[in-house]
Design a protein around this ligand. Sequence first.
Ligand code: SF4
Length: 256
Amino acid sequence: MRRPIGKGARTIRLEVRKYVPETQDFSMAAYEIQADPFTSVLDALIVVKERHDRSLAMRYSCNMGICGSCGMVINGKPRLACETNIFSLGVDTVRVGPLEGHPVLRGLVADFDEFFQKHKSVTPWLVRRDPAEKFHSEREYHQTRRQVDQFLNFAHCIECGLCVDSCPVSNTNPHFLGPQALSQAYRYNSDSRDEGEGERLDSIDYMDGLWGCEYAGACSEVCPKGVDPALTIQLLKLSVMRKRLTGKTGTDKREK
Ligand code: SF4
């Protein structure tokens, strides 16, 4: 534990569902820990690991909602353990398990290989038509406040995978590109420095890509960064239809 337990402490029962690869099954264990009004689920799990079960595999790093490593299912909902205050859950029994929409490697650690492959498939970087310019850059690319506002909210994605875990389509169709990758396609399409929108729209225009979304909206509900992937998917559908009908790319990213 990184700090002593303070005033207002009470006992919380922490039930941990962890994956055991040796048996290819899950095991359950329960622990009683002391929590105060500032204790997060990640704090509680660190106590479990330090004092009760050193074999508990978990992934975390920054402890401040930036790295996106500590995503897990907490009381039935995908959340970041570091950003989930135990008392805010309003119950004395907290159930924790690994993400369910991703394969699980061990304990509470999910496998993100497929997730990052899908992310990479939408070309999540700025594309320039003249690739040589990066070797002899002669000017800066200034953006107005309005141009930055076009993409900034969607650039806050920390790749935690919670949106994919909450998505009913991703959970039933492993081929679905998923809300994270699609939101990042929109993020780069709406950046005035990018020139890859046409190719990016083509790369997501298929049934298990953009058109797999059934607009459940759960992705936007669980996103800890307010990225709103559900909105970006609907805006991408508009851009793809405009491109199909007119041949033109449609994301509004230029200063008028
Ligand atoms: S869009 Fe939100 S929930 Fe999805 S990976 Fe990015 S930060 Fe996490």
